[in-house]
Design a protein around this ligand. Structure first.
Ligand code: NAG
Ligand code: NAG
Ligand code: NAG
Ligand code: NAG
Ligand code: NAG
Ligand code: NAG
Ligand code: NAG
Ligand code: NAG
Ligand code: NAG
Ligand code: NAG
Ligand code: NAG
Ligand code: NAG
Length: 794
């Protein structure tokens, strides 16, 4: 047989094979790449999927709860699928999607003939009418309709956002160009710079129109990504990491969920539960009006406006949307008097920072929230009937102002070795007097500080910081400021620190980083994030320099040095001489109440990093060297946010040296999965050192070389088995320890430390809880003995 005969024959066979394999009329239960008039209709029961060519996306009828279906597009070829677009209608099992002979795309719900497809989709030519799914996840019908023009709650990479809006699945919240809105009108968030979103880049930045961009925490990597507006009203960027097998949130518009309008109903106050959940409570004098939208109503309606009084709610703000009138009041009574003159004034907000911030709340109380995390000292004063007997349940402002900064205290000089009773009495009296004076002094100090700070901020243009980012310095400026890097004030894990003075007379600490990972853009993105973190107990970052391969950070200068110099001074003096410091005078010994304040301030700042700045702001290097003491011994954490800049190998090898000794949590030595609980561990160790005044790997001034020695375990036995708290207290101030005065403070610190030092991360409390434990606002259960067994069980 000649070749010319075989060829047509085999072609014929092939054709036959193809036809029998895929007869178009019975394209019933298989995946396909386009819906046409000929393979219509498409029913939920057919179990067919429309796949993109790269198989990353699928479209089809997705079963939803209660036996219904939605027609959706979703990320398909990954273990945790995610819906990215839907027709917002619950469909029955007899729904159909078809392309009519005239070329129209029609989605009907069973017998009802109403077309549920969003907007009219008629192909200009019936022959070209086909529905396909692009590799980007865009569902395209002929050239007349595409799902990217009708987003539901999600934007995908490369989707042009211009002119389109997102709506949360529950319909309560929407995102329009640059704003998040509740009920379509009440704006509660505006994009940085006010610029509208343009598109999401798959490397993890949201590009804004007319300039600007938002960087995700994992910016730079090409993951699968999406921006979604959740039912809680928060806009979040998620990325899918193949290694983790799940979606991870890498940016969110609003860290404090309670600031989202409409989370609670009118008169109600939203409270954060620390993580991503909230609950609503009624203020004193009010009770729940309805359960489904968390509204509250007055227990005693106003009868006579002349007979009203105010209840103080610390840290509560009814944030706009309501009819508010801003005033500048000379003082508290002035603000209150202005409210009393108005019959529709339901209360007022006043800030104790000396600015005269006074806001009258007229007609209604909307979008209330409680937020003690920030440094502002504001309270809401709610107008109630004189007959109201409820007491305030929102307290803490007074004690916070007393227990954290700024409190002016002069420290007693270190006592001599003798410990006579008279000396003890003298010390206690000094402490008592100091507390008393500080109470009176605090308001004045607060005022002074605030004004100083505000003036400084104004002259430096720093009010613009959150939007514009930190200042970029040139290398020449830095060199001039530090006098050619002349004054070395510290050597840290991240690099050397020099003291300097900027041209505007600000004294700064300049940190020259070594071994920084990543390029210019990443460095800039990181630094911007660090500069946005504001907390009383965090060292402020003013600016940076990235030039000539240098990576330099410019921080505020914190005058009193680091905590280790105070805690471990009997053994430090030699090192200090090496550092060229003046050793002449001993540092004062920190008394119990100052130690307590330091512990609390540090706990609050770490909680802020973990819980309000999103979880990825782990410190990873908490130790006394990184806790600086400002004026009045206000603690300030330094080096936060730097862990991310560092090459990962460095971090791991550093920790592998000794996972059990020092401040590194045991899991550092074991896995690469580091969670916020690693910081909790390090903080626990610091807390124990604050109490004991010795390094955790030292005993009576000498290094402990035994591998079995574990300071937390030893301390636990002393305190909870032998009941000898005195044995672990810092011997320098042991004699100043008075059971009655200090027991509670010290007990809370020790118990909290024990919880933080649990070997298993999941047993350690979150940092927010730790702060509360130290504060004494939650009960502390009896801790278990910290061990290092976890390391062993591979
Ligand atoms: C079609 O989809 C089904 C269900 O998701 C899947 O199990 C099957 O492997 C897919 N078939 C092809 C050829 O992609
Ligand atoms: C999904 O499909 C894309 C493109 O084919 C591929 O690169 C990726 O590895 C797939 N992911 C999984 C989890 O299979
Ligand atoms: C579609 O039909 C189902 C019952 O078949 C019904 O439960 C559902 O509400 C209908 N949806 C719409 C949007 O009409
Ligand atoms: C789309 O098709 C429907 C039904 O065939 C028709 O009523 C409508 O006028 C068409 N619209 C456009 C814009 O062609
Ligand atoms: C966005 O759309 C509007 C009109 O819809 C247009 O005027 C504007 O130029 C668009 N902007 C960009 C950046 O494409
Ligand atoms: C988006 O919202 C704006 C403002 O409410 C509105 O004018 C516009 O029509 C909306 N766009 C779409 C596609 O719904
Ligand atoms: C939403 O807005 C409408 C008018 O725009 C108003 O009548 C309604 O009370 C609002 N709903 C809520 C929960 O605020
Ligand atoms: C994403 O952004 C990076 C950095 O700006 C840029 O180099 C890249 O081209 C962008 N990718 C796309 C698809 O726009
Ligand atoms: C909140 O966090 C919990 C656990 O951390 C998680 O299971 C849940 O899905 C989160 N909820 C939202 C709305 O992100
Ligand atoms: C109260 O909330 C409003 C709106 O979010 C905000 O502008 C204001 O600064 C807040 N007041 C205080 C004292 O935090
Ligand atoms: C706000 O209060 C003023 C003065 O009481 C009143 O004139 C105005 O109508 C109120 N506005 C709204 C939106 O309630
Ligand atoms: C508050 O300011 C008013 C008006 O200046 C003044 O009359 C009053 O004495 C001040 N009250 C206090 C307590 O300072």
């Amino acid at each position: 047989m000649s070749l010319s005969l075989i060829l047509p024959f085999s072609l014929f066979l092939l054709l036959l094979l193809l036809l029998s394999a895929a007869p178009p009329s019975s394209a019933q239960s298989q995946n396909f790449s386009s819906l046409t008039a000929s393979n219509s209709p498409w029913l939920p029961t057919q179990d067919r999927l429309l796949l993109s060519l790269n198989s990353v996306f699928a479209a089809g009828f997705r079963p939803s709860p209660s036996d219904a279906y939605t027609f959706s597009v979703w990320y398909y070829n990954i273990s945790q699928t995610a819906v990215v677009w839907s027709v917002r209608a619950q469909l029955g099992s007899s729904a159909t999607l078809s392309i009519t002979a005239a070329g129209q795309l029609v989605l009907t719900n069973g017998s009802s003939s109403r077309n549920l497809w969003p907007s009219n989709a008629n192909a200009s030519q019936a022959s070209s009418a086909r529905l396909v799914l692009s590799d980007d996840g865009n569902l395209i019908f002929a050239d007349v309709w595409e799902s990217f023009n009708f987003p539901t709650d999600t934007f995908l990479p490369n989707q042009i956002m211009n002119g389109t809006n997102l709506t949360s699945p529950n319909g309560r919240f929407s995102f329009k160009s640059n704003q998040l809105l509740f009920n379509n009108t009440e704006s509660y968030w505006t994009a940085p710079n006010g610029n509208a979103f343009e598109k999401l880049n798959e490397t993890g930045l949201i590009v804004q129109e007319s300039g600007g961009a938002i960087y995700s925490a994992d910016f730079g990597e090409s993951w699968l990504r999406r921006v979604s507006l959740g039912n809680d009203g928060n806009l979040r960027l998620y990325s899918y990491r193949p290694g983790l097998g799940k979606w991870t949130m890498v940016w969110q518009s609003i860290p404090e969920l309670c600031k989202i309008h409409g989370t609670c109903g009118s008169n109600s106050i939203c409270m954060s539960d620390g993580g991503n959940s909230t609950h609503c409570v009624c203020p004193p004098g009010f009770q729940a009006a309805s359960t489904e939208n968390y509204e509250c109503k007055r227990k005693i309606p106003f009868t006579d406006l002349a007979k009203t009084k105010f209840i103080q709610l610390d840290y509560v703000n009814f944030s706009g949307g309501s009819n508010q009138t801003d005033l500048v009041a000379r003082n508290f009574s002035d603000c209150q008097a202005q409210c009393l003159t108005k019959s529709n004034c339901l209360g007022f907000m006043f800030n104790y920072d000396g600015t005269g911030y006074c806001v009258l709340q007229l007609d209604r109380l909307l979008y209330g929230y409680w937020s003690p995390g920030t440094a502002t000292a504001n309270a809401m004063f709610l107008r109630v009937d004189n007959a109201e007997t409820d007491k305030t349940t929102f307290t803490g402002l007074t004690s916070v102002l007393e227990t954290t900064c700024p409190v002016t205290i002069s420290l007693p000089q270190p006592p001599q070795e003798s410990s006579t009773t008279t000396r003890m009495i003298a010390i206690i009296c000094t402490l008592f007097a100091a507390e008393l004076i500080s109470g009176i002094a605090f308001f004045w100090a607060f005022l002074k500080k605030y004004i100083k700070y505000r003036n400084m901020a104004q002259t430096l243009g720093l009010e613009l910081l959150p939007a514009g980012g930190p200042k970029r310095f040139t290398y020449a400026e830095i060199k001039a400021a530090t006098n050619g890097f002349a004054d070395l004030i510290g050597k840290g894990g991240f690099g050397d620190v020099y003291k300097g003075e900027l041209s505007d007379k600000r004294v700064v600490a300049v940190k020259c980083l070594k071994s920084v990972a990543g390029g210019d853009a990443e460095f800039w993105a990181e630094v911007t994030i660090i500069a946005r973190m504001h907390h009383l107990n965090l060292v402020r970052l003013w600016g940076f320099c990235a030039e000539k391969g240098q990576r330099i950070l410019v921080y505020e200068y914190v005058p009193n040095g680091s905590l280790d110099k105070y805690l471990f001074q009997s053994r430090r003096s030699v090192d200090e001489e090496e550092m060229g410091e003046v050793v002449g005078q001993r540092k004062p010994v920190l008394d119990w109440s100052i130690r307590y304040r330091i512990a609390l301030g540090v706990a609050r700042a770490i909680a802020y990093l973990h819980e309000e700045c999103l979880e990825w702001v782990l410190h990873c290097d908490i130790k006394p060297e990184n806790i600086l003491l400002g004026d009045d011994f206000c603690p300030k954490i330094s080096d936060f946010g730097l862990a991310k800049l560092r090459k990962k190998e460095d971090m791991v090898s550093m920790s592998r040296i000794r996972g059990t000794r020092g401040y590194m949590a045991p899991e550092w030595a074991k896995t690469d999965q580091i969670t916020p609980k690693a910081d909790v561990y390090s903080f626990g160790m610091v807390l124990l050192e604050i109490v004991s005044g010795v390094r955790n790997f030292e005993m009576q001034g000498s290094l402990v070389e035994s591998a079995d020695w574990y300071f937390p375990g030893w301390a636990f036995d002393k305190v909870f088995k032998e009941m000898k708290v005195e044995d672990i207290l810092d011997c320098q101030i042991k004699h100043a320890y008075d059971d009655k005065v200090h027991f509670k403070l010290v007990d809370r610190m020790v118990k909290t430390a024990m919880w933080c030092l649990q070997d298993r991360p999941e047993l350690r409390p979150s940092m927010g809880k730790v702060a509360k434990m130290i504060e004494g606002t939650v009960e502390i259960m009896e801790p278990k003995k910290p061990t290092i067994f976890y390391l062993g069980d591979e």
